[in-house]
Design a binder for this molecule. Structure first.
Ligand code: ITT
Length: 215
């Protein structure tokens, strides 16, 4: 990317910070994603730790890989190279046991193509409904030589019908975590964050970040 474009990105970021009313003193980290729901969940978790986060609405580079950590790491390195700001990239996937882990790292493509209805159809006659959501949070800033990664997971099951379509996003209406009667799409952000893969990974990040800042 040429330096003009890099500078224009930088200006956009500063404007975002001002528009969101963050105090410009103190540290703000950025969550790079094209998915505002992911950002809202992250913001809720990080605010519990007093960590200010701004959304960078951009589609991060996603390499073709079967490893979420590799995808998140390469993506955060590329995003940091472009922006030069402390940045988080998160990559998640839904792994269905009876489908040998499908859609896993291809979750985004599968959601866009066959969607929840397609996945339910694929599982129509399958009794084993077990599934796991994995999340990898990768963070990089100028204080680090290489990205740090934090993982979270939640076990649950794929429901037989879609429930709660007006809340949440993605596979939320067809995923019910263990120990819950509700799908993710029937939960508020706060409730989902008590169970979710993303919230678990972000809490690990927040604990690390807090102790790293004290050093
Ligand atoms: P990015 O711009 O951050 O990449 P994305 O929505 O593409 O946003 P991922 O690549 O991490 O996010 O997610 C892969 C797919 O899995 C995507 O279709 C999501 O809708 C779905 N997904 C991820 N986390 C989810 C969650 O908490 N609940 C439901 N679906 C989820």
């Amino acid at each position: 990317m040429d330096s003009k474009l890099e500078n224009s990105h930088h200006n956009i970021n500063v404007n975002i910070v001002i528009a969101m009313g963050f105090p410009l003193k103190g540290k703000v980290i950025f969550f790079a994603t094209g998915n505002v729901n992911k950002f809202m969940e992250a913001k809720a978790v990080l605010s519990d730790y007093g960590i200010a986060v701004g959304m960078l609405r951009l589609k991060t580079l996603e390499i073709q890989s079967e490893d979420l950590e590799e995808i998140a790491k390469i993506s955060v390195v590329e995003t940091f190279r472009r922006l030069g700001l402390p940045v988080i990239v998160e990559d998640a996937g839904l792994f269905v046991e009876a489908l040998n882990g499908f859609p896993g790292p291809y979750s985004s493509y599968v959601y866009k193509t066959i969607g929840n209805a397609g996945l339910l159809k694929l599982m129509e006659n399958i009794a084993n409904r077990k599934a796991i959501f994995y999340s990898v949070v990768a963070y990089l800033s100028e204080e680090l030589d290489s990205p740090v990664c934090f993982k979270g997971e939640v076990k649950g099951e794929i429901t037989t019908i879609s429930k709660g379509a007006c809340m949440g996003f993605g596979f939320d209406p067809i995923f019910k975590p263990e120990d819950s009667e509700k799908t993710f799409a029937e939960m508020s952000i706060q409730e989902k964050n008590q169970y979710s893969h993303r919230a678990k990974a972000l809490r690990k990040f927040a604990e690390w970040y807090k102790s790293f800042q004290k050093q």
